[in-house]
Design a protein around this ligand. Structure first.
Ligand SMILES: *[C@@H]1O[C@H](CO)[C@@H](O)[C@H](O)[C@H]1NC(C)=O
Ligand SMILES: *[C@@H]1O[C@H](CO)[C@@H](O)[C@H](O)[C@H]1NC(C)=O
Ligand SMILES: *[C@@H]1O[C@H](CO)[C@@H](O)[C@H](O)[C@H]1NC(C)=O
Length: 210
C-alpha cells in the first residue's frame, strides 16, 4: 500500500500491438501511487521515498523511490501484462536508453504530480500513437488521514470528496467525448472512489474491521 498519498490519480496508455500480446509497452503517468523512482532524480522535490521503511519488502530490501513497503500498482500491472516495470524516465541517461524506453515503455509518474490545464490534452497522447488508455479515477481524497484531520469528528472531509467526484465525472465525460471522435481508441475507467469508500464504510464485508 502506498504510504504517502498526494493527488490520487494516474493514467496509463499503451500502443496497439500484435494479437498475441495485449500491449507492447506501458507508458505510465501518475503520482506517488505509481512512482517507481522518478523523484529520486528530482533534487528539489519534497515528495521523496528514498529512505526506510520504504522498500523493506522489495527484492533487495532497500528503498527504491516507491512510496511503498514493496512493489506498487505500476509493478503489479506490468506483471499482469507480462512486461517489465517501465523504468523511471529520469533514470535514463544515455541516448540509447531513451530510445529503448520509447519502444519498451517508460514511467513519467512522479510523487506529488498533478494535472495542469496545459497538460491534460489526451489528444496530445492520441496523436503520438496511444490507442488503449486505462484510467484510474481519483479515490475518496477526503478520507485520507490529512483530510480527516480537518474534520472535528475525524470522519471524511466532505468537500474534498465532493471534488474527487467532480473530477471523476469530468474525466468520464472527457473519455466518452474522445471515444466518440476517435473510433479506434479504447479506454477503461477504474472507479477507485466507489471501491475505496466501500472498504471504508463496510470494512467487515472485506475481511477487516474498524
Ligand atoms: C541504460 O544503458 C546502460 C548502458 O548501456 C545499461 O547498462 C542499462 O541497462 C540501460 N538501462 C535501461 C533501463 O535500458
Ligand atoms: C465531518 O464528518 C461528518 C460525518 O461524516 C460530516 O457530516 C461533516 O460534513 C464533515 N465535516 C466536514 C468539514 O467535512
Ligand atoms: C476497441 O474498440 C473497437 C470499436 O468499439 C472494437 O471493435 C475493438 O474490439 C476494441 N478493441 C479492444 C482491444 O478492446
Amino acid at each position: 500500500m502506498a504510504s504517502w498519498i498526494s493527488l490520487l490519480y494516474l493514467f496509463i496508455f499503451s500502443f496497439i500491438y500484435t494479437e498475441t500480446q495485449l500491449v507492447p509497452a506501458i507508458f505510465m503517468f501518475g503520482d506517488s501511487l505509481v512512482d517507481v523512482g522518478n523523484n529520486n532524480h528530482l533534487k528539489l522535490s519534497l515528495a521523496k521515498a528514498d529512505f526506510p521503511h520504504n522498500g523493506v519488502d522489495f527484492p533487495g530490501k532497500k528503498p527504491t523511490g516507491r512510496f511503498s513497503n514493496g512493489r506498487n500498482a505500476a509493478d503489479f500491472l506490468a506483471e499482469k501484462l507480462g512486461l517489465q516495470t517501465s523504468p523511471p524516465y529520469l533514470s535514463l541517461v544515455s541516448a540509447t536508453n531513451k530510445s529503448n524506453a520509447f519502444l519498451g515503455g517508460a514511467s513519467f509518474a512522479s510523487g506529488g504530480a498533478g494535472i495542469l490545464d496545459g497538460t491534460d490534452t489526451l489528444f496530445r497522447l492520441y496523436s503520438l500513437g496511444a490507442r488503449k488508455l486505462a484510467v484510474v479515477g481519483a479515490g475518496a481524497i477526503g478520507c485520507c488521514p490529512s483530510q480527516r484531520n480537518q474534520n472535528q469528528t475525524g470522519e471524511c472531509h466532505e468537500q474534498a470528496n465532493y471534488w474527487s467526484l467532480k473530477y471523476n465525472q469530468g474525466f468520464i465525460s472527457l473519455l466518452q467525448e474522445l471515444k466518440s471522435e476517435l473510433k479506434d481508441m479504447n479506454y477503461s475507467f477504474f472507479d477507485t472512489y466507489t471501491l475505496l469508500l466501500n472498504f471504508i464504510q463496510k470494512p467487515a464485508a472485506y475481511g477487516t474491521s474498524k
